[in-house]
Design a protein. Structure first.
Length: 255
């Protein structure tokens, strides 16, 4: 939880501590009372995406006649009856591409201020939402590798949209860069770019997080199997965490 409140203003620190206390009490109930409370929430707010990334499971069960999802009022009811009722500390909005439904992002920001993260490919300009916690922007390697995974020209679009957002006005008195975190899914195509990616972005955006690609089909070629290569990647991530402790989100034990 410490990584969620690093480099924060007083208001953000209090906000982060409030979230942290909520999570701590839930965690304590798990350990002491063997309860099963919900710690985090996720909402698929749209069934449409503008990209067709090679590593994405989302396309496996998609149909050509997909609609763009529920209405604003339907989502308000879900938020009230689910996320608020269960006292979920943080909710992540996913899709599809969530920024195609700015109306729903706005609803979540109104109902759960500063507790909403949006996962996005950032190929569209990033809208400023007053009470957004932050954007999780997917960046899967340096430019050539990212484009091989997500489509030609996507890296340049994503980077420019991030830079345009950062060049904009402060949000709640803090630099706009603090609204931007990036996430890399490590696979057999991009694992060699981890160090270069961190060094390219660490002075641009607020934080970076890593996860390994999870196979979703038999003999998935993107899977990076356990062994010497994967161990070396993990060692590199641990070294990066030590070099950039306020930037790399993943803790050493997690890695």
């Amino acid at each position: 939880m410490a990584n969620l409140i690093y480099d924060s203003s007083i208001a953000d620190l209090v906000h982060g501590m409030s979230i942290g206390f909520n999570i701590f009490t839930k965690y304590a109930s798990i350990k002491l009372l063997h309860a099963k409370p919900a710690l985090f929430g996720s909402a698929d707010i749209i069934n449409i995406c503008n990209l067709h990334c090679t590593h994405c499971y989302w396309w496996l069960n998609r149909k050509n006649n997909e609609k763009d999802g529920l209405s604003s009022e339907e989502w308000r009811k879900i938020i009230s009856n689910t996320f608020k009722k269960l006292r979920i500390p943080i909710v992540t909005l996913v899709g599809g591409e969530p920024t195609l439904r700015p109306d729903i992002i706005q609803v979540f920001c109104e109902e759960m201020p500063r507790r909403v993260c949006v996962v996005t490919n950032a190929t569209y300009p990033l809208k400023r939402f007053k009470n957004l916690y932050f954007y999780w922007v997917s960046v899967d390697g340096t430019e050539r590798i990212h484009d091989n995974i997500r489509g030609k020209g996507t890296y340049a679009k994503t980077k420019q949209n991030i830079l345009d957002y950062i060049d904009g006005p402060k949000n709640r008195g803090k630099p706009a860069r603090k609204d931007i975190w990036i996430a890399m899914t490590i696979n057999s195509l991009n694992y060699r770019t981890v160090i270069d990616l961190v060094e390219e972005w660490h002075e641009i955006v607020h934080k970076i997080a890593f996860q390994f690609h999870t196979p979703f089909i038999k003999d998935d070629s993107l899977w990076l199997p356990f062994g010497d290569i994967r161990d070396e990647v993990v060692d590199n991530l641990i070294d990066l965490r030590k070099r950039f402790p306020k930037y790399v989100v993943n803790g050493e034990k997690q890695l």
